[in-house]
Design a protein around this ligand. Structure first.
Ligand code: GAP
Length: 426
């Protein structure tokens, strides 16, 4: 099995990620997060949110609706441009991007290909209940549009001045032509976005600032930060002076985008001003200058980060598999075991310790099988510390704490245990 297959299998087996609608044969491009996956994903989102809104001045958050007025997607250009010219094989009906084709023959079966045609990847839905009178609408193709729609609301209802940022974590939907590679290219996925509004003369400064900040943030999460690289785009949107991706560059994803740092200029606010007829300009209260704020966007994928972190963390050592996840990201921070499952006094004491930790950190209790198997089982889901209650505990109120990465143990008084774990998590 290659690394990707091992990670996909672990995700299913241990309850990180399940294929959506599996009992009906699956639903291509959709996945469900299981009990461990949702803990890990929530940890990631909490870390991102804290870093954006608490650790940076002048950034506030919103949580916008998934369906917007249909005109939004005309203004954004998605109705016209969110499409790929594709050629279809007349024999096997597989579709291919022009860039992927060396000749006019199907790479899968050798069949003849059609002329390229445009496929729009916005996902449509309908609003209303009366057949024949339903209105076509779209599930949002990118989360950021709701930020632009609320630019004026946020400005007016908060004490903010340019420069400032609005951030959001939310779902986006795309009818991807070739969904695949597990969580990498899905039809429903989550994005974390910052839209930073600034004076046009300060774009260069803020673009470089956010580009570096975002790289530092990802580097702090990954076990092998050297696998994160910048990629500079050559082909640019007409309003952009530059665009960079932060890429994960390790097997099996050599150079795949996690996040884009985009120079959006005044494109979005100008277009929404034009299409809505509302003035989305800004007046500097100090100088009286009126202008359309320019935007630096940082737009990343929650699910892609989740996947790359698992690939980055996967380790095999002799017969042991462990996820060397950053403890802040790991689903459980600790696991608590009685040394022997059939000794009532050990189980009772272990339950006490488990309950004393449970309200402060995510912690698992396990009294199945033998202690070695329990360690391995926690290693495989990335639990950084395992706490064991043994006979010595009953005498002196100390426990052993085993480290996931080194498998080394240390003895600690129970009274210090929570403080010790919280310190390690800082
Ligand atoms: N608002 C800008 C925007 O949406 P994007 O590069 O299309 O830019 C941003 O998307 C991020 O969303 C990407 O860097 C990627 O991490 C994630 N993403 C995009 N399409 C995805 C898909 N089909 N499945 C999973 N994640 C996706």
């Amino acid at each position: 099995m290659d690394l990707m297959e091992k990670v996909v299998s672990l995700c299913k087996r241990r309850g990180f990620v399940y294929p959506n609608s599996e009992i009906y044969g699956g639903n291509q491009g959709f996945y469900d997060f299981g009990p461990l996956g949702v803990e890990m994903k929530n940890n990631l989102k909490r870390l991102w949110w804290k870093w954006m809104t608490v650790d940076h001045e002048n950034i506030v958050g919103i949580d916008g609706a998934i369906i917007t007025h249909p005109k939004v997607w005309e203004a954004s250009g998605h109705v016209k441009n969110f499409s790929d010219p594709l050629s279809e094989c007349k024999k096997c009906h597989h579709r291919f991007k022009q860039d992927d084709l060396a000749e006019n023959r199907c790479p899968d079966c050798g069949g003849e290909l059609t002329e390229p045609r445009n496929y729009n990847i916005l996902m449509q839905t309908q609003l209303g209940v009366i057949e024949g009178e339903k209105i076509n609408a779209y599930l949002r193709g990118e989360a950021c549009q709701t930020i632009y729609l609320n630019f004026k609301n946020v400005l007016q209802t908060n004490r903010l001045k340019i420069p400032f940022g609005i951030c959001q974590i939310g779902k986006a939907f795309r009818n991807e032509v070739t969904p695949g590679n597990f969580l990498f290219r899905q039809r429903e996925f989550e994005q974390w976005d910052l839209q930073w509004f600034c004076h046009p003369s300060e774009m260069e400064k803020w673009f470089d600032y956010w580009k570096n900040e975002r790289m530092l943030w990802y580097q702090g999460l990954f076990t092998h930060p050297d696998n994160l690289v910048f990629y500079r785009h050559e082909k640019l949107a007409h309003y952009a002076e530059k665009a960079f991706d932060i890429q994960y560059s390790a097997s099996p994803f050599d150079g795949s985008e996690i996040e884009g740092i985009h120079w959006r200029g005044d494109w979005d606010l100008s277009r929404h001003s034009e299409y809505s007829g509302q003035d989305l300009g800004y007046t500097d209260q100090g100088t009286g200058e009126k202008y359309t704020p320019n935007i630096v966007e940082t737009s990343g994928g929650v699910d892609r980060t989740f996947l790359f972190l698992l690939l980055d963390a996967y380790c095999e050592e002799n017969d042991r598999v462990f996820l060397k996840l950053n403890p802040k990201v790991a689903p459980y921070k600790a696991a608590v075991f009685p040394l022997l499952a059939n000794k009532e006094e050990l189980v009772k004491k272990a339950r006490e310790v488990f309950l004393s930790l449970k309200s402060e950190i995510t912690v698992s209790f396990d009294d199945r099988g033998n202690i070695g198997k329990r360690y391995y089982s926690q290693d495989e889901i990335g639990t950084p510390w395992c706490v064991t209650i043994d006979y010595q505990t009953l005498e002196d109120n100390t426990v052993t704490v085993r480290d996931r990465d080194t498998a080394k143990q240390q003895r600690l008084p129970i009274d210090n245990l929570l403080k010790h774990l919280l310190n390690l998590l800082k």
